[in-house]
Design a protein around this ligand. Structure first.
Ligand code: UTP
Length: 297
């Protein structure tokens, strides 16, 4: 049965250790690319894809996230008094309709699969999207929207897929491809972080998923079975063993791994250069830095 995807889960309960000490006090998702936190990019992408209910799986120390999506009456009235309508408009994208946003606690960081499982009662019996906010994707048509459109044709489970060089396979879940249909592949299996020589393809799974409620039932089983991290990819792979379809979707766009320092810096440069108000001054500065570096070598 195919249904419209109107719910999205944002697992944001990880410890963000790669950004310590910053993440001791600031949730990774609140760190900014230019002037917008990572979570804002994720929310905008979800809204463009038609998502109406936003479910955050959080943990201790993530209160800044809840505040970010709340109204700020003092700030708003001060801006209003000063006639700063443009800034007021900017704040609007951070406000959520009443009841559109929910927060669930993951009490222990037991893995991405466990984080999604924590949201099971709010998801109930519907297909749902999962967005990892530290994967930021610059695209003409937002990545999740591309996937929702494809999903409306296929049903089943769908993961965003991206080609990676062989030496990077060990950082991703890699797809074992059954049939390549161009934009989309059907999948025989998924291997979590294989050695390059064992990787079944060069297609890596990144942080966008459309999943059926069957995946939650698989997570139920994994939860009672396993001791270590509960992997979302294992629960999706179980769908294949049940002979239900799983697809990889080759999205159009550029993905930045903002969970890593290098990826975050690359995204900062790319997004700054994409901004009319910054690109002149910033690209001049970058060329200057590069020529200074070259001269020093
Ligand atoms: P990561 O693997 O990037 O882990 O999680 P992390 O804790 O955020 O960061 P590092 O590796 O320590 O620097 C991928 C996504 O899954 C969420 C994270 O919040 C992130 O969005 N996650 C991970 C959870 O919500 N719960 C978990 O138990 C693990």
């Amino acid at each position: 049965m195919k249904r419209k995807v109107t719910k999205a889960v944002f697992p944001v309960a990880g410890l963000g250790t790669r950004f310590l000490p910053a993440t001791k006090a600031v949730p990774k998702e609140i760190m900014t690319l230019v002037d917008r936190p990572l979570i804002q990019y994720a929310i905008d992408e979800a809204r463009a894809a038609g998502i109406k209910e936003f479910i955050f799986v959080t943990s201790r120390g993530k209160n800044a996230l809840e505040d970010y999506f709340d109204h700020a009456p003092d700030l708003e009235s001060s801006l209003r008094k000063k006639g700063k309508t443009e800034l007021l408009e900017t704040l609007k994208s951070t406000n959520m309709d009443s009841g559109a946003i929910a927060y669930i606690r993951q009490h222990k960081a037991l893995g991405l699969g466990h984080a999604v499982w924590c949201a099971r009662r709010l998801i109930a019996n519907e297909p749902f999207a999962v967005i990892l906010p530290d994967d930021v994707i610059a695209a003409e048509k937002p990545c999740l929207q591309q996937m929702v459109e494809a999903y409306e044709e296929t049903g089943g489970c769908m993961v965003a897929a991206m080609e990676v060089p062989p030496e990077k396979a060990s950082s991703y879940g890699m797809l074992d491809v059954r049939e390549d249909m161009g934009n989309m592949v059907s999948v025989n299996g998924m291997v979590e972080k294989p050695d390059p020589e064992d990787s079944p393809s060069n297609l890596a799974v990144i942080g966008r998923y459309i999943l059926t409620p069957d995946v939650l039932r698989n997570l139920n089983r994994l939860k009672s079975g396993s001791g270590g991290e509960i992997q979302l990819t294992d629960a999706i792979a179980d769908e294949i063993s049940e002979e239900r379809n799983v697809y990889g979707y080759r999205f159009r766009g550029q993905r930045f791994d903002c969970g890593s320092k290098a990826g975050f810096l690359q995204a900062t440069v790319a997004f700054a250069l994409g901004r009319d108000d910054l690109k002149g001054e910033f690209s001049e500065y970058l060329s200057h830095m590069v020529s200074q570096q070259n001269a020093a070598q």
